[in-house]
Write a protein that binds this ligand. Structure first.
Ligand code: UDP
Length: 342
């Protein structure tokens, strides 16, 4: 199988690339290195079946060049992370809407099958006990950046579904719920690496709001194989699948767990949302996945516990990063470049 991973230099993308290479695929990564980085790919860079194209999904010619060499596309490239979205909503909207439509158009042209990575954000403020794929979406005003992200990803899904019904594009969708693991960075707002980094440095752990909001975290090591199995399943075409963790935990409990697991002397600091994200920010109080569809399709069961995830993230943040010539010489090139060949 020849696979393209857009956003393959990112946190989840780089784990997916490793997984695909380990099962024998040839893999091209298309990434603009906006939030991804070359260090994430240092484990695979010498693999002769791996090639990296540094470029943007906003450029249809680059997308066509990459997709036309592949049978399957995993579309993960997106502006992600609450912090990034709030700071630059315009760039996020462009990437998440125009970029995705470029990928869909080109896949329809070339006949490549497509796996679209979507997000639990699309459910918005729906706090039900268990969100199934057809659950209602409860979003705030699109003038609030957080909701513009949910709106953009919802449009992506609608576009994908329309390409499936209109052109028969074999596309399936996964909705990822708070995926956690090694290589995830706290700087884009993700809570687990953020809190673990603070604990390791001995800084106060910043818990936003009252800390009683809950999430169900899942490990990238459980999610990546599931993504591939769903992409390989013809029964998944035209459908969306939740992939999330099993256990619900409040952010305050998470902070306590992080302190315990890292043996940190840090304390916990409650930070008002407006201090973290500016005025008018709205958070989800709760977000719980119903994984039934993915379980029925591929037998998906999230197995990794949150304490194990915290330890994996802590280990990843403390391990010296492999900074050698390859990574140090690649400073965000202005023009597209290609590394490796197959
Ligand atoms: N959060 C926090 N401290 C941080 C970063 C995030 O308390 O340093 C909170 C955030 O407000 C949210 C939860 O943790 O309630 C999960 O945040 P994240 O950005 O990881 O994911 P999402 O909001 O998309 O679920």
């Amino acid at each position: 199988m020849r696979s393209l991973v857009t956003g393959g230099a990112g946190f989840i993308g780089s784990h997916l690339v490793e997984h695909l290479l380990s099962q024998g695929d040839q893999v091209i990564v298309l990434d603009d290195l906006s939030t991804g980085n070359l260090e994430n790919l240092s484990f695979v860079r010498d693999n002769p079946r791996f090639k990296l194209v540094i470029g943007t999904i906003l450029d249809p010619a680059v997308v066509l060049e990459c997709v036309s060499q592949c049978d399957r596309v995993y579309h993960l490239a997106a502006a992600v992370g609450v912090k990034l979205i709030v700071e630059d909503p315009l760039a996020s909207l462009r990437t998440n809407i125009h970029g995705t439509e470029n990928v869909l158009m080109v896949c329809a042209e070339t006949g490549a099958t497509l796996l679209l990575a979507s997000t639990s954000e699309i459910y918005g403020k729906n706090e039900s006990d268990s969100l199934s794929e057809d659950a209602d979406r409860i979003l705030g005003s699109p003038l609030k950046s957080r909701w513009s992200y949910a709106a953009a990803k919802g449009i992506d899904e609608a576009f994908a579904h329309a390409y499936w019904t209109r052109y028969g594009l074999p596309v399936s969708i996964v909705r990822l719920f708070n995926t956690v693991g090694p290589r995830q960075k706290g700087r884009y707002g993700m809570v687990v690496p953020n809190l673990v980094g603070q604990a390791l440095r001995g800084d106060p752990l910043t818990v936003f709001g009252d800390g009683r909001q809950t999430r169900c975290f899942s490990s990238v090591t459980d999610i990546v194989p599931a993504i591939v199995q769903i992409a390989e399943s013809t029964a998944a075409y035209g459908k969306a699948y939740n992939l999330g963790g099993a256990d619900e935990i409040s952010i305050l409990e998470l902070a306590e767990l992080v302190i315990h697991e890292t043996g940190s002397t840090s304390n916990i600091q409650l930070v008002p949302y407006e201090n973290a994200y500016g005025d008018g920010y709205e958070d989800m109080r709760r977000r719980v996945p119903d994984n039934t569809l993915a379980h029925e399709l591929i037998g998906f069961v999230p197995r990794t516990r949150i304490d194990e995830m915290v330890r994996m993230v802590a280990q990843s943040l403390t391990t010296a990063v492999d900074r050698d010539d390859w990574t140090m010489t690649q400073a965000r090139p202005a023009h597209r470049s290609i590394i490796g060949a197959h």
